[in-house]
Design a binder for this molecule. Structure first.
Ligand code: HEC
Length: 110
């Protein structure tokens, strides 16, 4: 009997630990999403919310680019392979990892 209740106790601890882990990782995912969204939001002033410029705006609509093409373009600006009026300066302010995250958030999903 002692053995059975000990096992039940262990099971309860195990389930509790699993639930705790699930809660922590859900928070981690939420924090990662918030981080990704706030990085992408730094582009909204010029390219509009979620990469959709206002109708008639002269800024390129960037959400029509796939994430991989957007990332390539951001890298091209960063390395100087592509010139521009502003993007080659802006792109240098982000790490490669951050540019990847931004391109994943704003790029066209296909
Ligand atoms: C201050 C305004 C401004 C901000 C902020 C800005 N951009 Fe740009 N973006 C431009 C302009 C202007 C161009 C056209 C190229 C140039 O002149 O630099 C451009 C071009 C681009 C292009 C190339 C589009 C194409 O059709 O090839 C991409 C991709 C891009 N921006 C992504 C971003 C991302 C991602 C961010 C946020 C990290 C961002 N931009 C922030 C103004 C801005």
């Amino acid at each position: 009997m002692v053995n059975v209740s000990f096992k039940k106790g262990l099971l309860a601890v195990g389930v509790g630990a699993a639930l705790f882990t699930a809660t922590v990782s859900a928070q981690d995912i939420q924090a990662q999403r918030l981080y990704a969204q706030s990085l992408a939001a730094t582009c909204a002033n010029c390219h509009g919310t979620n990469g959709v410029s206002a109708p008639g705006a002269t800024m390129p609509v960037i959400n029509q680019l796939s994430s991989s093409v957007m990332y390539e373009q951001l890298q091209a600006f960063k390395t100087g392979a592509r010139t521009g009026t502003i993007m080659h300066q802006l792109a240098k302010g982000y790490t490669d990892e951050q540019l990847k995250i931004i391109a994943d958030v704003l790029g066209k999903k296909n």
